[in-house]
Design a protein around this ligand. Structure first.
Ligand code: HEM
Length: 388
């Protein structure tokens, strides 16, 4: 059986959310751990995380990927709450649009938006990176790609943040966030209709799939939800963490500036060191085994992407931010059938920002940073920098 952890470790307390890495280290040393606090089994090592995510027959998404059963009931038809073959039919709907090749065609536009936003920051010598770079970029890129009207889309920032919070346990953050899910549905039911969405976008393609009988009306609605929400706050946090890391480690910033061919690797290193999504869950449909540990049927398994990406069994000196590291084999985008559908887009956005910074900025000085306390996302509420 697994180690039963003292019930006083709360992975979702303010203290641990501010700096989860010491707790992750303890968990990795213990192996697979059962905790009574939230009734979950915690999987924190890279190899175990991959085993869980690869074996969807045992560790299913079909009962949801949040911790709370009530919250899981709210996302019943969503792509993230299905197993193959139903999952693959939903995933296929936008596979061509999300491919590496399709995203390559968007790179020029992404670079332009990133350059304009960095220029805007430079005009005032710097400012809040979250509000002026990290939020507007994905909101613009994903909003345009889905085909939303400009008006009203900024509301998504707050609602999406809340939506991700509900993946945590039933704590204050989750309780306050649940009502905001309703705002996303209201927004989508008004703005993501066939008539309001721009032709040729992801939203229109989802409606096409419904019209062709490939997906039901319910699935159409929940796919719109998935693609409107999954790609905003995740990328916002990735961009904020990138600037924070480059400001904190000037030697890494100099290295990147002197060799811009490191941009792609640096983007992966940011995602590894500060994984924007820290955790999701699966349900053991049958009894599983992870190393020496038997995970009983019916257990909820908490998968810690953020810990796996700092596993010393996989990475040398894992806490060190090193833009020269070959970091592509991280699990920040998950692993297996559910691995992020938008990962090429997310990386294109992150690389666009890094390139814009490298080409325009010589120094990044951190003035102040306020972390966002969030059940599953890791990032900042504010990040003030001076840019030279
Ligand atoms: C840095 C930014 C991003 C990160 C770190 C991230 C991370 C993840 C992770 C960890 C998963 C796996 C969930 C699971 O295993 O249950 C996932 C799934 C997903 N992501 Fe992302 N994501 C990012 C950006 C995006 C973008 C830009 C989009 C699209 C516009 C997107 C769309 C999706 C969708 C649709 C899924 C569900 C895939 C499935 O269930 O098959 N993501 N993402």
């Amino acid at each position: 059986m697994g180690v039963v952890l003292a019930p006083d470790l709360d992975l979702f307390s303010d203290e641990v959310l501010l700096d989860p890495y010491p707790a992750y280290q303890v968990l990795r040393d213990l192996g697979v751990v059962e905790t009574r606090r939230y009734g979950v089994w915690i999987v924190s090592r890279d190899a175990h995380v991959r085993e869980v995510l690869k074996d969807w027959h045992t560790y299913s998404s079909a009962w949801g990927t949040a911790i709370d059963p009530g919250v899981n009931g709210l996302r019943a038809t969503n792509i993230i709450s299905t197993d193959p073959p139903a999952h693959d039919e939903l995933r296929d709907v936008l596979a061509p649009q999300m491919s590496a090749r399709s995203v390559r065609e968007l790179q020029g536009r992404i670079d332009q938006v990133a350059a304009d936003l960095v220029d805007g920051l430079l005009e005032t010598g710097g400012g809040d990176v979250v509000a002026r770079l990290a939020q507007p970029l994905p909101l613009r890129i994903v909003g345009d790609l889905v085909g939303f009207a400009e008006e009203g889309r900024e509301g998504l920032l707050e609602w999406v943040d809340a939506s991700f919070n509900t993946f945590g346990p039933m704590n204050q953050r989750t309780r306050e966030s649940i009502p905001k899910l309703e705002s996303i549905w209201e927004y989508l039911d008004t703005m993501a209709t066939r008539e309001r969405l721009a032709p040729g976008g992801l939203g229109a393609a989802i409606h096409d799939a419904k019209d062709q009988g490939r997906i039901s009306a319910d699935q159409c609605r929940s796919l719109l939800f998935a693609y409107a929400t999954a790609g905003i706050d995740t990328t916002v946090n990735a961009i904020s963490s990138a600037v924070w890391l480059l400001a904190r480690f000037p030697d890494q910033w100099s290295m990147l500036r002197s060799d811009p061919s490191l941009v792609s690797g640096a983007a992966n290193e940011v995602l590894r060191v500060e994984s924007p999504i820290q955790s999701f869950t699966r349900l053991a449909r049958v009894t599983g085994r992870l190393g020496d540990t038997i995970v009983p049927r019916g257990s909820r398994v908490l998968v810690l992407f953020g810990s796996a990406n700092r596993d010393e069994r996989k990475w040398q000196d894992p806490a060190r931010f090193d833009v020269g590291r070959a970091a592509a084999d991280h699990v920040a985008f998950g692993y297996g059938v559910h691995s992020c559908a938008g990962q090429f887009l997310a990386k294109a956005e992150l690389q666009g920002v890094l390139r814009a910074l490298v080409e325009r900025v010589s120094t990044i000085r951190l003035v102040s940073a306020e972390r966002k306390l969030h059940n599953v996302l890791r990032g900042f509420r504010h990040l003030d920098v001076v840019l030279g």
